[in-house]
Ligand binder design. Structure first.
Ligand code: HSE
Length: 312
């Protein structure tokens, strides 16, 4: 078994419009990178957290999703595995790109490697989702499932956990990340407890159309139905300029645009051959007009968590 592993786990976009808690998409970048050393005893330790927003990340292993997930992995294997972690954050915390999920995914995969790599993807997803629930206040599998297995993931069932991975069509993804932090816990607090039948029907229709579009590899159809009647409208008021930014992306030619997970980031998709600049500029300008500074990044769908290096 290795004594040291380095694991990278990608940022993700959850929901993608109508797939609340069901759809997740792994991104080619950014990613969190975690180095884990096996130690004697059962103790988990975090020696260092660096990178974007590192100051906001708890170093107490009982509060950090990477070490909570690693502990769950050891428990699932019936082992008293202890480890020391170094966390390099590439995914901005509270930004809507599955930051805590990426750390949880990397922590779970790293610990599994240190202990012999016996857990299945579903078991790793369970461990990472348990960790996410500690910080988000509710269990949701979409971010961690896509960060672990990569590509586009449909969380088809949670009990038992069944995730379907689909290779998404090639696309460019433009993300506008406002200088605003919106913890998932807050984004979930404003959700409706009951959903009107018409809205549920509309969302099922669109999510089904997106799944069919994936099968056909039809990006236009996929983007066209990326519309949510349930979570996004309830959360929009938390993000100053949200409607305008989404409208600006579509106005500039994006095939679809939506809130990234629980926000505050907004993302848009375009054909992979298109130049992203027009959509990127339009989204940035709309946020700025609303008085919100923002950064943009252009990425694409990517693979799941991977072992970058290992030492025996
Ligand atoms: N499905 C989750 C939510 C994703 O919308 O709350 C959080 O990133």
């Amino acid at each position: 078994m290795p004594s040291r592993v380095v694991v990278s786990a990608p940022a993700t976009i959850a929901n993608l419009g109508p797939g609340f808690d069901v759809f997740g998409l792994a991104l080619a970048e950014p990613a969190d990178v975690i180095e884990a050393h096996a130690t004697a005893g059962a103790e988990m330790k975090i020696s260092e957290v660096t990178g974007v927003g590192a100051g906001k990340i708890p170093k107490d292993p009982s509060e950090n999703t990477a070490t909570i997930a690693a502990g769950k992995v050891a428990e699932a294997l019936g082992r008293e595995g202890g480890a020391e972690f170094t966390i390099k954050k590439g995914v901005k915390p509270g930004g809507g790109l599955g930051s805590s999920g990426a750390s949880a995914a990397a922590g779970a995969v790293a610990m599994n490697e240190l202990l012999g790599g016996k857990l299945t993807d579903s078991q790793l997803i369970e461990a990472a989702a348990f960790a996410e629930a500690q910080v988000a206040g509710a269990t949701h599998y979409d971010n961690v499932a896509s960060s672990i297995v990569g590509g586009f993931v449909i969380v088809a069932s949670t009990d038992p956990l069944e995730c379907i991975k689909v290779e998404p069509p090639k696309m460019k993804i433009i993300v506008a990340q406002p200088e605003l932090e919106l913890p998932t816990r807050e984004g979930r607090r404003v959700l409706p407890r009951k959903v009107e039948l018409e809205k549920a029907v509309a969302n099922v229709g669109r999510a089904s159309a997106m799944a069919a579009a994936l099968k056909e590899g039809d990006l236009k159809w996929f983007g066209r139905y990326m519309l949510d009647s349930i979570a996004e409208p309830a959360r929009a008021h938390l993000i100053k300029g949200f409607d305008e930014v989404k409208g600006a992306a579509l106005g500039a030619g994006a095939l679809g645009a939506a809130m990234a997970g629980a926000g505050p980031s907004v993302f848009a998709i375009i054909d992979p051959k298109e130049n992203p600049k027009k959509v990127e500029d339009a989204m940035r300008a709309a946020f700025e007009e609303a008085g919100t500074k923002c950064e943009t990044l252009v990425t694409s769908p990517g693979p799941g968590a991977k072992v970058v290096s290992r030492e025996d």
